[in-house]
Design a protein around this ligand. Structure first.
Ligand SMILES: C[S@@+](CC[C@H](N)C(=O)[O-])C[C@H]1O[C@@H](n2cnc3c(N)ncnc32)[C@H](O)[C@@H]1O
Length: 263
């Protein structure tokens, strides 16, 4: 059995956008081209409206298909695999230790870290909501089995309020999760993740750390240093490490970086 990590670009979203495009095209033909159901100024307004909507949704659909292809684990670029492996190399667990992957999706990072740290255990949590309906706890468990990895466990959970006591884990990691969470203060979500990290434990959190999504991350790095955290830094991954600047821009991943350090 082969693992199936699915795709960060859900097929349902591509289908939804394509369907919306088709509907707008039909409405453009009905109201605009045929002129059967509207006349005069209304015909002009509806023609322009549905033409613009058709073109916008067509562009969005094509962009989503290109994203799907770039992320695919079976495709040529395999960007997801590059990123997962790149983040996993930064998570080192002590023998008998335990790590947490926040927003594990289909289990890719949890399993990659568990493979690299066979004498430790990894837990993956995710809210597995409607927006990523192809990801599930069962899928994570099946992928773990397919990879021959037994030192993983998966549970439903929310990154905003983790169901773990303070200082539970030896390492915490995450990949492209927090920017998805609607919040005015994503730095506080990072603090929630760091709450469950043991003193001396390490973290590797990969996300789009743009000022729009996170505010001033340099100040956050300084805040952690002031709290006694060590070796805290943001390692950019959109400057050639995982992807080129150009690629990051068209993929919508500009600002990608790994926040690393030690509590
Ligand atoms: C782009 S996917 C990345 C999945 C996985 N980290 C990976 O690298 O393959 C984003 C994931 O974040 C999860 N997510 C979004 N909001 C969450 C929350 N509040 N708590 C936990 N997981 C969340 C989604 O369910 C989804 O699985």
């Amino acid at each position: 059995m082969k693992p199936n990590y699915k795709n960060w670009m859900p097929k349902g979203m591509i289908r939804g956008s394509a369907a919306g495009c088709a509907v707008c095209l039909v409405l453009f033909l009905v109201f605009g081209v045929s002129g059967l159901l509207a006349a005069g100024i209304w015909r002009t307004i509806l023609t322009i409206l549905f033409l613009v909507l058709t073109l916008v949704l067509l562009a969005v659909t094509v962009w989503m298909i290109l994203l799907y292809r770039a992320f695919s684990y079976d495709g040529k670029r395999q960007l997801s695999r590059v990123i997962i492996d790149g983040v996993a190399t930064r998570v080192v667990l002590p023998e008998g230790g335990c790590g947490l992957d926040v927003g594990c999706g289909s289990g890719a990072l949890t399993i990659a870290v568990a493979k690299r740290n066979p004498k430790a255990r990894m837990t993956g949590i995710d809210r597995w909501g409607a927006e990523y309906s192809s990801f599930s706890k069962t899928l994570c468990e099946e992928n773990s089995k397919a990879e021959g990895v037994a030192n993983t466990s998966f549970a439903k959970g929310d990154a905003v309020r983790l169901d773990f006591a303070d200082e539970t884990f030896d390492a915490v990691c995450s990949n492209y999760v927090y920017h998805n969470i609607p919040s005015r203060n994503r730095q506080e979500i990072l603090m929630e993740t760091l709450r469950v990290l043991k003193k001396g434990g390490t973290f590797a959190i990969h996300d789009i750390f743009s000022p729009l999504k996170y505010g001033d991350m340099q100040m956050f790095v300084q805040r952690l240093k002031n709290m006694g955290y060590a070796d805290v830094r943001l390692v950019p991954t959109d400057d050639g490490l995982f992807m080129s600047r150009r690629e990051a821009t068209w993929l919508g991943l500009k600002g990608s970086a790994i926040l690393v350090g030690k509590k």
